[in-house]
Design a protein. Structure first.
Length: 457
């Protein structure tokens, strides 16, 4: 008699091993291999091929005239911006974020607005009772929204209930780590359970045209928990970012089969829930009536939306022989080391006897290489105690040779800065011909920029 084949699946990365071992050979995590029962292996099954015995599927030409799936706006402009215009019929969306960041609040607000717009919406929670969700909706002022609530964790029960009658236009599953499929052995949250439950829900979405939203837990390093294949299975992956100590939240698209991944939605956490932020720059700019040393304004770009942020630097001279410290918040520490090296090697400025502290105001995280020149300006201003003009913005990429290189979407950055009342811009020399209504000062090298900052010429 054929015996079932045993296998051991890593709960961190999903790799499969034929025997148990303490450390996963793929991801190097310890004690993550869990035994799972595989299918029965017979000599017939080992030799059988899949070229016959199935049913014929319908093939459609790429240029065929067929109606494309429509988008369903959520009624929240910032949410729609990140999605590319709204949910697509039959799509699967995965949204992840830290605990308490506001994932359930945002989805409840979107579900309520779509229900009030006349769409059928089902909200299934595996973590809260239906009364708890109803209580949270009343606190948000959405108690009159006709959203169908349920508290369940069995994937079979959920799909059986939704398959009877007209399927909903939107289905929210909060969260996929609490779902359980009786076809697979194991507790909810394991790799096999998450994969199997998500696969059944996505199949339901494709067959019935329901837009399914899955809430995903995250690990301690911020990545979505469970198998990596989960992100490949869905159509859209959204990351809800922000610090709970700050009021702003950023919804970023990591993957989107129906739109771009270069857009963000900005929200502010209020007593009544998440509020849209139409002008994100107001969150990250402080009151700038007086010039401050070590502070510059940088027009960062998130997708097609410029966001003006304040970069703050502080240098503290140390006694001879002391080891200086480098502390960075909101920027890459390796990038800071590079800028300091270029300032010393190409411009003759020494930071070796000073502690350097760099901060992006408001808890914002900058990954744009165009921030190099703004960081350099903040460092020079802090060391020389010469403030950057309050009506100026700074941006440009710094090369290891000391050259200041142009960056993408310069006119868009200048337009946003001009709209917020800035009159001057310190930019790469190649951008001085731009017509923006601002006074542009162009620099070819970082040494020329340092001379300008120090008033040498």
């Amino acid at each position: 008699m054929a015996k079932p084949q045993k296998r051991y699946v890593c709960q961190a990365c999903g790799s499969v091993a034929s025997r148990w071992q303490g450390q996963c050979t793929d991801c190097a995590e310890w004690n993550t291999l869990v035994e799972e029962a595989g299918g029965v292996v017979t000599p017939f099954a080992a030799k059988h091929h899949l070229q016959t015995g199935g049913r014929s599927i319908q093939l459609t030409a790429l240029d065929a005239e067929v109606s494309l799936p429509e988008r369903m706006p959520t009624g929240i402009a910032e949410f729609d911006r990140a999605l590319g215009g709204g949910f697509v019929e039959g799509s699967a969306t995965l949204i992840g974020g830290d605990p308490g960041i506001g994932k359930s609040t945002l989805l409840l607000q979107a579900a309520a607005r779509m229900a009030l717009a006349g769409l059928s919406v089902a909200y299934v929670s595996g973590e809260e009772a239906a009364d708890q969700v109803r209580l949270r909706a009343r606190r948000l002022g959405l108690g009159n929204a006709p959203v169908q609530l349920a508290a369940a964790s069995s994937t079979r029960d959920i799909l059986t209930t939704l398959s009877t009658g007209t399927p909903p236009a939107l289905l929210v599953i909060d969260s996929i780590q609490t779902m359980h499929s009786d076809l697979i052995e194991g507790a909810p949250g394991t790799v096999s359970q998450v994969r199997a439950s998500a696969q059944e829900l996505i199949r339901f979405a494709k067959e019935r045209g329901t837009a399914v939203v899955l809430v995903g837990h995250v690990t301690k390093d911020g990545s979505i928990a469970g198998p990596r294949v989960l992100e490949h299975m869905v159509d859209t992956v959204l990351s809800f970012e922000g610090e709970r100590s700050h009021q702003y939240r950023i919804l970023r698209a990591i993957k989107n089969r129906f739109g771009g991944t270069d857009e963000i939605g900005v929200f502010s956490m209020q007593t009544e829930g998440l509020a849209e932020v139409g002008n994100p720059s107001s969150l990250f700019l402080t009151h700038r009536d007086d010039a401050m040393t070590g502070a510059t304004v940088f027009p960062a770009l998130e997708g097609t939306r410029p966001v003006l942020v304040e970069i703050q630097a502080l240098t503290v001279r140390l006694a001879s022989g002391a080891t200086p410290r480098r502390a960075v918040v909101g920027w890459d520490s390796g990038r800071l080391a590079m800028i300091l090296a270029v300032l010393e090697a190409r411009c003759g400025l020494s930071f070796s006897t000073a502690e350097v502290y760099l901060n992006i105001a408001g808890g914002y995280r900058v990954q744009d290489p165009a921030a190099d020149l703004a960081v350099a300006a903040a460092l020079i201003s802090a060391m020389a105690e010469r403030p950057v003009p309050v009506d100026a913005v700074v941006f440009g990429e710094v090369a290891l040779s000391g050259e200041i290189r142009p960056v993408a979407h310069g006119p868009l950055r200048l337009k946003e800065a001009s709209k917020l009342g800035f009159d001057r811009a310190l930019v790469p020399a190649s951008m001085t011909g731009e017509k923006s209504g601002m006074k542009l000062s162009g620099f070819k090298t970082l040494a020329a920029f340092v001379d300008h900052m120090l008033g040498r010429g």
